[in-house]
Design a protein around this ligand. Structure first.
Ligand code: NZQ
Ligand code: ZN
Length: 387
């Protein structure tokens, strides 16, 4: 096992009717800015519930944070916070709203010029942030219990990630019934995103991280079990939604990644696909991962065989046959979740590959993966094989 630090300060309030606990979780004299995405928080009644729970505290609402949240919109919130003297932020939404609030919280306190520099330096230059909490409405990213965020600079066409010890939520409220209004494609996105988060921290090379491996395999098996059942269910089933919500959080709260190598090449290539073609985050992962696993099958062989055996029950054939069957099972799972795994399904052709590779180079994404061997030439092969 590798050396590691593990410190996760986020308080999780999980279960039905937990939004009422905001009264205990938010400091009593806070002046709160609630931040939401488009119309969903208002339509579903969650925003009204949040306002009621805040009681007599002063509060206002900033709405309009878009999926794949933008630097431009985030900076409008920064201006409102400075003008209004808000001292506590409350994100109500999915990963996009929570990520934007992390960036906004850090940008308000940033003294190094244009806060876009936070993204350019991936958060290394963050020295403080306003405190914030979240009410999660979409299980997928794990943003509710980690310190990472991904922000898009629309004018620059760049989607970059950052993280800092200052950008953990103080608390996150996870009420599984808040997922009942999600459309099937967002539920499927959530399952696939959490699945790929797990794979990024598990499918590398063995370091005898026995319990990390078994946690990761348990997360993957749970997603394989509940994902298709959630899509097929005529009415939402609380137990399945609760399992999806907690599983997605555990997939990216630092636990399974502590003490093991991590990959993240699929995510970095995927971010370029979202920036250039607007494809949903999870859908980019479903396209890139099978192709990347195939391209990296030699260096990932030991873990691919372990994953195939323990998660998919693939035990017969030569090593190459078992790896082929394992990658095919992964692709088939994404397709069963209604998520296409080829770029052609999203209208992206061979003519886009040059631009995508150039963007990876422009963003310094030239030595990706657990061995830093996913060069632009490898990313090109991965994208071409995903057409
Ligand atoms: O904008 P509204 O109207 O709220 O609608 C949203 C949005 O259109 C809707 N939605 C959310 N909760 C709902 C709901 N609709 C009905 N009922 C509800 N309860 O769902 C749509 C998508 O929301 P979004 O927040 O964009 O989705 P997700 O949670 O998948 O977040 C994706 C973003 O997270 C980043 C991605 O890159 C992407 O920008 N990621 C963040 C990570 C992190 N912080 O650790 C890691 C991930 O790998 C990922 O990169
Ligand atoms: Zn992701």
């Amino acid at each position: 096992m590798l050396n590691f630090d593990f410190h996760n300060p986020t308080h999780i309030a999980f279960g039905k009717d937990r939004i009422a606990d905001l009264d205990k979780l938010v400091p009593p004299h806070a002046k709160v800015l609630i931040l939401v995405g488009g119309a969903s928080a208002e339509k579903t009644g969650t925003l009204a519930e949040v306002r009621t729970a805040l009681g007599a505290r002063q509060h206002a609402t900033f709405s309009g944070i878009e999926p794949n949240p933008s630097y431009e919109t985030s900076m409008k919130a920064v201006a409102q916070i400075r003008e209004g003297g808000f001292d506590f932020l409350l994100a109500v939404g999915g990963g996009s709203v929570i990520d934007a609030v992390k960036f906004i919280a850090a940008a308000v306190r940033f003294e190094g010029g244009d806060p876009w520099a936070i993204l350019e330096q991936h958060g290394r230059n963050v020295t403080g942030a306003l405190p914030f909490g979240s009410v999660l409405t979409l299980p997928a990213t794990g943003s509710e219990m980690n310190n990472g965020g991904v922000i898009t600079h629309r004018a620059k066409g760049a989607k970059l990630a950052f993280g800092s010890k200052h950008t953990y939520p103080v608390f996150s409220v996870l009420d599984p019934t808040k997922t009942y209004t999600l459309p099937p494609q967002q539920l499927a996105n959530g399952v696939v995103d959490a699945f790929v988060h797990t794979v990024e921290q598990y499918l590398t090379y063995p370091v005898d991280g026995a319990v990390q491996d078994r946690f990761a395999e348990g997360i993957l098996q749970t997603l394989i079990e509940v994902g298709p059942r959630i899509l097929a269910a005529p009415e939402p089933v609380y137990a399945d939604r609760a399992n999806l919500m907690w599983t997605a959080t555990l997939a990216l709260n630092g636990l399974i990644g502590a003490g093991v190598p991590q990959d993240w090449a699929t995510h970095m290539i995927g971010h370029e696909l979202t920036a250039l073609h607007g494809i949903d985050h999870a859908r980019t992962l479903a396209v890139v991962l099978p192709s990347l696993l195939d391209a990296q099958r030699a260096t990932k062989a030991a873990k691919l065989l372990q994953y195939g055996e323990r998660v998919w029950g693939i035990r017969t054939g030569t090593d190459d046959e078992r790896i082929d069957a394992t990658i095919a099972a992964t692709r088939d799972f994404f397709e069963r979740m209604g998520i296409p795994t080829r770029l052609s399904a999203y209208g992206v052709g061979a003519d886009s590959v040059d631009k995508l590779v150039a963007q990876l180079e422009a963003h310094g994404m030239v030595t990706l993966g657990e061995h830093r061997d996913v060069t632009p030439a490898v990313s090109r092969r991965v994208l071409e094989a995903a057409l």
